[in-house]
Design a protein around this ligand. Structure first.
Ligand code: ZN
Length: 185
């Protein structure tokens, strides 16, 4: 059996990761491959859909931990928002690859502070193919590579939690020059 292949799609907020995932997976759909997409339950946008800003979408299964990710009958597995998953995701992905699966993973490579986010650095280094996408900076229209967290319209301080659930937080793409992370108060 052929060994699987890992394609990691990394980038900041609004860099088109989900759109790229759907584009890549639709090539498999055209030739009749069975596809399954998993997304983490922290991401409550769009329910059980992976939906891009281009309007494209695919069905997804919402899970809360890496051990809920199964290959089932599918040879093609997509995993959205990998940065939210536990460390077990790396082993799970490697098992899928050993099993001959084509695995596509998306995620934020940096957290709101600009630091490596969760298991994404590992999944980037293990990738057979890596797409590092950029956005447009919402402030200066330069090249956006960072994710700016805003709470009530103000840049979130360094010591706010890495993952905020259901809060008044809002995210936008920024270039490194416009990215603001105030020191803890
Ligand atoms: Zn900028």
């Amino acid at each position: 059996m052929k060994h699987g292949r890992l394609h990691t799609i990394a980038g900041c907020m609004s860099s088109g990761k989900t759109g790229e995932l759907i584009r890549l997976l639709s090539r498999h759909r055209v030739i009749g491959d069975d596809i399954v997409i998993y997304k983490h339950s922290v991401d409550t946008r769009d329910g059980d859909k992976a939906r891009s800003r281009l309007g494209t979408e695919m069905e997804a299964i919402v899970v809360s931990s890496s051990d809920q990710i199964m290959r089932g009958p599918c040879r093609v597995v997509g995993i959205e928002e990998a940065q939210f998953f536990d460390e077990g995701l790396v082993k799970r992905v490697q098992e899928l690859l050993d099993d001959g699966c084509q695995v596509y993973v998306t995620g934020l490579n940096q957290d709101f502070r600009g630091e490596p986010f969760g298991v994404m650095p590992v999944l980037m280094s293990l990738a057979d193919e890596l797409s590092l996408l950029t956005a447009i900076c919402q402030k200066c229209h330069g090249v956006g590579t960072r994710t700016q967290r805003l709470i009530d319209g103000e840049p979130a301080p360094w010591d706010s939690p890495t993952v905020l659930v259901g809060g008044a937080d809002y995210y936008e793409a920024r270039c490194p020059d416009c990215h603001e992370v105030p020191a803890a108060e």
